[in-house]
Design a protein around this ligand. Structure first.
Ligand code: ZN
Ligand code: ZN
Length: 590
């Protein structure tokens, strides 16, 4: 059913809603006493927090899911690789879920797709880039669902039960991002996904302001909009803003240029590749995820690399430093990623020297500051220069600032507004801004400040937060890059099954050497009687060995050592016991 032919409307917001209702089967003609049919929207992640964005939208017995993202753990959440939304609500509606619709290919929107796909039978809609980034995730999880992935383009429409979903192009920090305009039986609902308004996009594909304006003119029941950067004033600025700073760095750097960025920052890669070509440097992508994403983007035509410019990381040593640009992972200080390894001189192919410059072309995700600072110090020890976005304009956000968010509100003029993608602070600020934007009598907006699990209802009587659905976080362990084949859903049930092992390791503050015997404590980890003592003794040996073979610089880095010990111990316990307990090394300096 295509509901796009919503009749032209009067300027009154109330009139708009009534007109939308008129185009639908009257929800109040049910038997007396029965409540009118209701549109139910439940944010399952990303509302009241950053990351793991997911939402369920239901009308009668049809549910569609919007995005299925992950969140990355804080450094102190040892033993946890990923966090996904609690899927209890989705499991309860298994038979109703008809489709998963994706706005774009960032991890916080697609990372949980492998965990959600097995819960329903329908298609997954997304743009070419988005689905290309989903594919390797499914492959890693051994899920064969190629026939369920349906590629869409901006302005395409698909029907799912009573819903018609239109994809509307937005600009963000990667190609092929869309907002969703979902026509429901009681009106149009717009979900912006992530966006900023980049009027000079790297790929020339513009934010579809025209369509937002048209939809607003026709009447929009509810707007769900990205709140990430609501507390920044003005406009975020286009991706091309970083070119000047990088031009300077290309000119002034005598040695290698090493740029760490997010592996999904395809636009940033394009800027760097173009500058490399212009300044006669070869480009090497270093780090598994960035190599993979560069390949995907190239295959789809979103990343254009002139022939002869790209080299492999293993070839870096064959060129003089000043002829090379390395684009790497590890901008957040993740111990297993490329830059942190390069920084401690532990990378097979890329070494740092005094003439080199290392650029952090990404923002520090809150919680990662210490790990990033440690990597910077390691880089400095190699004698290389460190450049961050506080020194030069080498990073620009992909999320719109206050003025861009206001512009979308003005264009869409929704009757109801639900801020999403942000902590409660951002959501409430976005709510205040929305009220200010639409304070005029004709376009007064009603704001619903929801959080994860809130059931937001829309029907002929109005809109409200009615109830609470189960929502929360599920911790996943074992899908870290580099440990292929070790992807096991490690939610709380598994945890209960395989238990926890805590290894308390005392190390000397100056030397980083092991002091005394590590103490190993297990809970819920069951082995045959008499075996435990030997097993834990051998685990102590693994710890001692791991510390001994590490360089002094590695040992001095607690975050790095904790991660090394975790990987070693997990491997050891899996091999020896066949179980996968949650392993938590605790390093104590004495
Ligand atoms: Zn995004
Ligand atoms: Zn996002």
């Amino acid at each position: 059913m295509n509901q796009s032919a919503v009749p032209d409307v009067s300027a009154s917001a109330d009139g708009r809603l009534r007109r939308d209702l008129a185009a639908a089967p009257d929800p109040s003609v049910t038997r007396e006493g029965r409540p009118p049919a209701t549109l139910e929207v439940v944010p399952l992640g990303g509302v009241g927090e950053f990351g793991m964005n997911m939402m369920a939208i239901s009308w009668e017995d049809t549910t569609i899911l919007v995005d299925a993202g992950v969140m990355f753990p804080e450094p102190d959440q040892l033993g946890v690789d990923l966090i996904i939304p609690d899927l209890t609500y989705v499991e309860g509606r298994r038979d109703n879920v008809q489709a998963l619709v994706l706005t774009h290919g960032h991890e916080d929107h697609i990372g949980a797709v492998p965990h959600v796909l097995p819960l329903f039978d329908g298609p997954v809609y997304g743009t070419a880039m988005t689905l290309a980034l989903v594919e390797p995730k499914l492959a890693e999880h051994g899920i064969d669902a190629a026939d369920r992935l349906k590629t869409v383009k901006p302005r395409d429409r698909v029907s799912v039960g009573p819903f018609t979903i239109e994809f509307v192009r937005v600009t963000h920090s990667m190609p092929d991002c869309v907002a969703l305009a979902i026509t429901t039986p009681i009106g149009v609902v717009i979900h912006t996904g992530d966006f900023k308004i980049d009027q000079t996009p790297i790929d020339g594909e513009h934010f579809d302001l025209h369509r937002f304006a048209e939809l607003g003119g026709q009447g929009v029941l509810a707007l769900f909009a990205d709140s990430t950067n609501i507390d920044r004033s003005g406009f975020t600025g286009p991706e091309i803003d970083v070119i000047d700073a990088f031009e300077e760095l290309f000119t002034s750097t005598q040695g290698k240029l090493v740029v760490a960025t997010f592996s999904s920052s395809i636009y940033r890669m394009q800027v760097l590749v173009d500058l490399a070509a212009q300044f006669d440097r070869k480009v090497a992508f270093v780090g598994r995820s960035i190599v993979q994403n560069a390949e995907i983007a190239q295959r789809l035509g979103y990343l254009r690399i002139p022939s002869g410019v790209q080299i492999r990381d293993s070839d870096v040593q064959n060129y003089t430093s000043q002829d090379v640009l390395c684009v790497t992972t590890g901008s957040q200080g993740e111990p297993q990623a490329a830059l942190p390894r390069i920084a401690i001189d532990d990378h097979r192919f890329v070494k740092l020297g005094p003439d080199d410059t290392v650029v952090f072309s990404a923002r520090a995700i809150p919680g990662n500051e210490k790990a990033i600072a440690r990597v910077m110090s390691h880089v400095a020890r190699r004698g290389a220069d460190v450049v961050t976005d506080s020194m030069k304009h080498v990073h620009v956000s992909g999320h719109g600032s206050a003025e861009e968010l206001k512009l979308v509100l003005s264009l869409v003029r929704p009757r109801y507004f639900v801020p999403i993608h942000g902590e409660f602070r951002q959501l409430s600020q976005h709510a205040r801004v929305a009220k200010r934007v639409m304070s005029g009598g004709e376009h007064r907006v009603q704001v619903l400040l929801a959080e994860n699990g809130d059931i937001v209802q829309f029907d002929s009587r109005g809109a409200r937060i009615a109830d609470k659905a189960p929502a929360g976080r599920v911790l996943i362990d074992g899908s870290r890059v580099g440990e292929v084949g070790d992807e096991v859903l490690r939610d709380r049930r598994h945890l209960a099954g395989d238990g926890v092992i805590v290894a308390v390791v005392a190390i000397g503050r100056q030397t980083g050497a092991l002091v005394g015997e590590p103490e190993i404590v297990a809970r819920g980890f069951v082995v045959a009687e008499g075996e435990a003592a030997t097993l834990f003794k051998d685990a102590g040996g693994v710890i001692a060995e791991c510390i001994q073979v590490s360089s002094v610089e590695e040992r001095a880095d607690q975050g790095l050592m904790t991660e090394k010990l975790r990987v070693e111990l997990r491997r050891f316990f899996k091999k020896r016991s066949g179980r996968r307990p949650l392993v938590l090394p605790v390093l104590m300096e004495i």
